[in-house]
Design a protein around this ligand. Sequence first.
Ligand code: KIV
Length: 260
Amino acid sequence: MKTITSIKNAKNSEKLVMITAYDALFASLFDEKVDIILVGDSLNNSFNGRKDTLSADLDMMIYHTKAVLMGAKNTFVVTDMPFASYTDEKIALKNASQIYRQTDAQAVKIEGGKERAHIVKTLTNNSIAVVGHIGLMPQFARSEGGFKIKGKDSEDIQKLIDDARAIEDAGAFCIVVEGVKEEAGKAVSEAVKIPTIGIGAGKHMDGQVLVWSDMLGFFEEFKPKFVKRYLNGADLVKKAVEQYTKDVKSGKFPNDEFIY
Ligand code: KIV
């Protein structure tokens, strides 16, 4: 099982693999198969059916983290701090402490660059391990008018580098970099000593993260360009359930094999 030290040491020696999980069943399937499980607030989209992550709250994150930890006994687990749960240092410390006290999550993740570095510092100064998240930040999508790819010009790349360095200096032990041009992902990864974990950030990152329901093909509504589907989950499930319905309606199930 990874630790904060081994995650940091992975930089330049081993690619890190992160996947999201929201419940015990899937977390148990992912346990020990990946380096890090993220209880992402993306659960609000793929689990809860909402358009964005903003209505995920602390109670939901704690509930799902507890469930994930029941399944993922041997994997490093990170929990997202939900929208508006870290608006200042005091609120952030109160809410992150609640996550630490009520779950065994090993770290929390916070969206934001330079402007949130003081929050990261407060948490790390109080023994709460922090993963940063820069680039396209889903919690900012509503105020920014949509999901905008970042790092499109040299000024924007420099901003990302400054953000990553500020988060690193504040004590984060790794950074998720989402939705940036590959060149920007490379520049950020080269600019910091802590590992960068990319999602839609290209191949030069120190690791990759995907949302489980995207990569296993369960979420059909929309497929971002960066998602590789490793399974056609939705097709398989729908076909299986249609078959079950046919079998029950026709009297084929249960046959002698399935009765006491
Ligand atoms: O909430 C989430 O799943 C995330 C990933 C997209 C990195 O933050």
